[in-house]
Design a protein around this ligand. Structure first.
Ligand SMILES: N[C@@H](CCC(=O)N[C@@H](CS)C(=O)NCC(=O)O)C(=O)O
Length: 214
């Protein structure tokens, strides 16, 4: 049996996505904490996973590794099944574009988070203003890519892209970024978020609410 140790930031949407994928696959791991992870990779970032001594960093690389190494998923009670591939073989390019676009959404939101207190408002800084605009465009585009009000990006299963998007929106909802994503989204995204947040793997790993500044 493999040994596994995970390092994640406590409020990280990237870390949450990795933990949800591990939970969906029924994979156990030791929780390594946060700070040692910063020295583990050339990026000095978490999440980082150590499996059987091999360090894997970056949530995208970790999730891709888990999806290809552990394709068979134990069924999760009566819930919609978790997708067994990162991208659907017959939609490879469009699914990859969705994942790449969600990475850009993550970058926009984490930039806004990092510079939250540095400017009176995001619009006062040209780059942060563009991050807001870009994030809004991406949310609106994702709404067009969701299958229906009862499915996420893939009909009939919960995809990694669903997990990515919902984790990023939870980061906003928990107060880390001032961004009214609902004004760019529509009914498909709102119902997907509500559905996923009730799923056991999401309930197990919430993003804690931002504590008010002292
Ligand atoms: N592209 C990376 C981004 C990871 C990231 O931004 N990690 C943050 C925590 S949420 C971090 O380690 N920040 C510490 C730093 O940048 O010094 C991924 O997907 O894993």
């Amino acid at each position: 049996m493999s040994t596994r140790e995970l390092y994640v930031g406590p409020v990280s949407p990237y870390g949450r996505a990795v933990r949800i994928v591990l939970a969906e696959k029924g994979l156990e791991y030791e929780h390594g904490g946060v700070f040692p992870g910063y020295d583990m990779s050339p990026t000095n970032q978490v999440p980082a996973l150590i499996e059987d001594g091999q360090v894997i960093w970056d949530s995208g690389a970790i999730i891709e590794y888990l999806m290809s190494r552990y394709p068979n998923i134990p069924p999760v009670s009566s819930h919609v099944p978790f997708a067994d591939t990162l991208v659907r073989p017959d939609h490879e390019l469009s699914d990859k574009l969705t994942l790449t676009t969600l990475l850009t959404l993550g970058t926009c939101l984490t930039n806004l988070f990092q510079f939250r207190d540095a400017f009176p408002s995001y619009e006062d800084h040209p780059y942060l203003g563009r991050c807001i605009e870009r994030a809004g465009n991406i949310i609106a585009w994702c709404e067009t890519q969701l299958d229906s009000e009862t499915n996420g990006f893939f009909p009939g299963s919960v995809s990694v892209a669903d997990v990515r998007l919902a984790s990023l929106l939870a980061f906003v909802e928990s107060g880390y970024v001032e961004f009214d994503w609902r004004s760019y989204a529509g009914p498909k995204m709102s119902s997907m978020v509500a559905r996923l947040e009730a799923r056991p793997s999401f309930v197990e790993f919430p993003i804690p609410l931002k504590e008010p500044a002292a």
